[in-house]
Ligand binder design. Structure first.
Ligand code: PHE
Length: 443
């Protein structure tokens, strides 16, 4: 008899965990800086459209495959393609495992920086000035220490299982994140200069809307932000009971993710203008200076100039980023772990340690060849890997599964017009839209 699978115990637990995967550095760091550099409100506007038209359907397709199969991503894709090309389904699933490792290899490095900065503020507050400046300064040694710490934190949650680890911790950390974010926004908006930042963020510069670069950045941002295409959402979907209202759950995940990205914009962009007001240079030829500099130099400098309160704000800000990164890390870790547990009969503990070890090796490779590999891996994942995986999900749901459109089959049975329309949208429109954007990005 097969051992029953671990699972989420409630729909809210599932939504919070999936939102935890989606809400990460992409929302709190990527979205605001992308928005500020691409016409503020105009970016927000295009982002919302791209999310509705393409990213949410892709998220639905990914979660739906997992939810129907109730299996890890390799078996789920194998089963979905069983009638036509089972081997190809499994192979794509296995390639997906590499995507998760790729994501973790750079994400845990950046998450380590966030953790180091949070501890730097705390050490300064408690009088450990030397330690604080070491923690705040960029160095390979710091990467070698903090990346493994972050990988361990993720492993500590994943090895406790889906309900006892992922669901429990997501349900604790997500509300905490929201409270911290709102607290920081309230504080920053009261500082001088914040109003100017609000205007830049919220008043669209529509002259930029037609810029293809903007549409492409918005799409990359939306796919990364919703964690689509590396299997994390598929595996979470598989831990949910089969659900008739999956569409609604996917929509709530999308709304939560977009809401946090929007709120992060209300924090970061005004904070930058507060920094400008305090004499820090934030623009270079009308573009915001590099993202890294903004987060790791300008904002800490601003917090420092605010005295003790500033240090508390800094500790809060970087803890917020660390928490967001942690709940995203666990979803990608779960992808290979679920495969090893279900297909290679490893215990969850062993599987978690094995995956963590592989992630550690690959992230250390990135640390060792940082200048060559770091940006390259991010680019390959976000511009090639994620869109191509999504295209495959659309094809699976729309064309391959049950020798036809999985959704319309059900629509015929249920005689549901909306479901039929939705099925045809996924089947015809989404793959074409995605291909057009992909060609624009890749060439
Ligand atoms: N969505 C996460 C973020 O916004 C990143 C992520 C990408 C997580 C892919 C899992 C898979 O930071």
């Amino acid at each position: 008899m097969s051992i029953s699978r671990d699972s989420f115990h409630s729909r809210i637990g599932f939504v919070l965990s999936a939102a935890g995967s989606a809400i990460g550095l992409g929302n709190i760091w990527g979205f605001p800086t992308n928005a500020a550099n691409n016409g503020g409100g105009a970016f927000l506007f295009v982002y919302l459209i791209v999310t509705l038209l393409l990213a949410l359907p892709a998220l639905f397709a990914e979660i739906y495959i997992g939810n129907q199969a109730q299996k890890n991503p390799v078996s789920a894709l194998g089963e979905a393609c069983a009638n036509r090309m089972p081997r190809i389904g499994r192979t794509v699933g296995k390639i997906g495992l590499c995507g998760a490792i790729m994501m973790l290899s750079f994400y845990t490095i950046v998450a380590g920086w966030m953790l180091a900065h949070a501890l730097s503020a705390i050490s300064e507050l408690t009088g450990f000035i030397g330690l604080s400046s070491w923690l705040a300064s960029d160095s390979t040694v710091r990467n070698v220490v903090f990346t493994p710490v972050f990988i361990l934190l993720g492993a500590a949650i994943v090895h406790q299982g889906v309900h006892g680890g992922i669901e429990k911790w997501s349900a604790r950390l997500m509300p905490l994140l929201l409270v911290m974010l709102i607290g920081l926004i309230v504080y920053i908006l009261q500082q001088e200069g914040a109003g100017e930042g609000l205007a830049v963020y919220l008043i669209p510069d529509f002259s930029q809307v037609t810029d293809p670069k903007l549409v492409i950045s918005a799409m990359g941002q939306a796919f990364f932000s919703l964690s689509i295409g590396v299997g994390g959402m598929m595996v979470y979907g598989s831990y949910m009971q089969k659900d008739k209202d999956l569409g609604k759950l996917v929509l709530s995940i999308g709304i939560l993710d977009t809401m946090i990205a929007f709120l992060a914009g209300l924090l970061i962009i005004p904070a930058l203008f507060v920094a400008q007001h305090a004499g820090h240079e934030i623009f270079n030829n009308e573009q915001l200076i590099g993202e890294g500099q903004l987060i790791f130099q300008i904002l800490p400098a601003l917090f420092n100039s605010m005295g003790t309160v500033g240090l508390i704000v800094a500790a809060g800000f970087f803890s917020l980023l660390s928490i967001a990164a942690l709940t995203s890390t666990i979803s990608s870790t779960e992808v290979p772990v679920s495969y090893l547990v279900e297909e290679k009969a490893l215990s969850r503990k062993k599987a978690t340690w094995l995956v963590s070890f592989i992630v550690l090796c690959s992230s250390m490779l990135l640390v060792a060849f940082f200048d060559v590999l770091f940006a390259l891996v991010i680019r390959v994942l976000t511009t090639i890997f994620q869109p191509l995986s999504c295209l495959f999900y659309f094809l699976v749901v729309g064309w391959i599964w049950n020798r036809g459109n999985k959704l319309t089959d059900k629509a015929v049975l249920d005689n549901n017009v909306y479901l039929k329309l939705w099925g045809n949208y996924l089947r015809f429109v989404c793959p074409v839209l995605l291909t057009i954007v992909f060609i624009n990005v890749a060439f």
